[in-house]
Design a protein around this ligand. Structure first.
Ligand code: DC
Length: 226
């Protein structure tokens, strides 16, 4: 099989990983993989069954009944398929964000999803975003970037994004949610959110999207001919 390139982008919730990764994937012709969406699908599945995301036994009992599939449409948009049903929109709520964060702490969940993520990277050049891509999923990734911004900036961006879509948004509540997820994601014992030793840190607090894209391309160009 031909050698594939992989770009791992990790960082806390709301750092802009998916917006940036999507744009870069399009430009470079890479497959974009949003791994958070996979955890969200697991959380949504368990939620429908009424299983608490903290219930280890319940999670272990039902996880085998879930079949998760990632599909891409003609525009390259990632769709999450849960037991044959497209749940890409349903998994985007604030409630599922929190539940995905809790569900992702279980070893059984992380084990099931690990091979799935690695398989995609074996077959395609990928830009994969998440929390543990550079540390656990793709430790040999060609490029590793840790994208972050202050919690306040991330909360402001998220609030503005929701308001622009005509949805309700409360800055203080969003900030609290982000801080809680930061804590949960970085304090779990297995594959916590942390910067890989060989990842390049990029703080986007004072950058706009164009600025972040330029900075990312510079980092990538040091490892891959663009
Ligand atoms: O990126 P996101 O906000 O859609 O991710 C939702 C949750 O999934 C996040 O709070 C933690 C978990 N997650 C993870 O544990 N590991 C990943 N690689 C991606 C997401």
């Amino acid at each position: 099989m031909a050698k594939t390139y992989s770009i791992a982008i990790d960082g806390p919730a709301g750092a802009g990983k998916s917006t940036i990764a999507k744009a870069l994937a399009k430009e470079l012709g890479y497959q974009y993989v949003d791994t958070g969406a996979i955890y969200r699908t697991v959380a949504y599945f368990l939620d429908l069954l009424g299983v608490s995301p903290k219930d280890v036994d319940g999670v272990e009992r039902y996880i085998d009944e879930l079949n998760v599939d990632i599909q891409y449409d003609e525009n390259g948009k990632q769709h999450m398929i849960m037991n044959g049903m497209d749940v890409s929109d349903e998994i985007r709520t604030q409630d599922i964000s929190q539940k995905a964060s809790l569900v992702s702490a279980h070893k059984v969940v992380r084990d099931v999803l690990l091979d799935m993520q690695r398989d995609v990277a074996k077959k395609h050049n990928v830009i994969m975003d998440g929390r543990d891509i550079g540390t656990v999923v793709l430790p040999n990734a060609t490029v590793k970037i840790f994208l972050t911004a202050s919690a306040e900036v991330r909360a402001k961006r998220r609030t503005d994004e929701l308001l622009a879509k005509g949805q309700k948004a409360d800055y203080e509540q969003t900030l609290k949610d982000i801080q809680q997820r930061d804590y949960q994601d970085s304090h779990r014992p297995i594959a916590p959110l942390k910067q890989a030793e060989d990842a390049v840190l990029l703080d986007t607090s004072d950058l706009d999207i164009t600025g972040v894209l330029e900075a990312m391309k510079k980092i990538i160009a040091e490892k891959i001919a663009l």
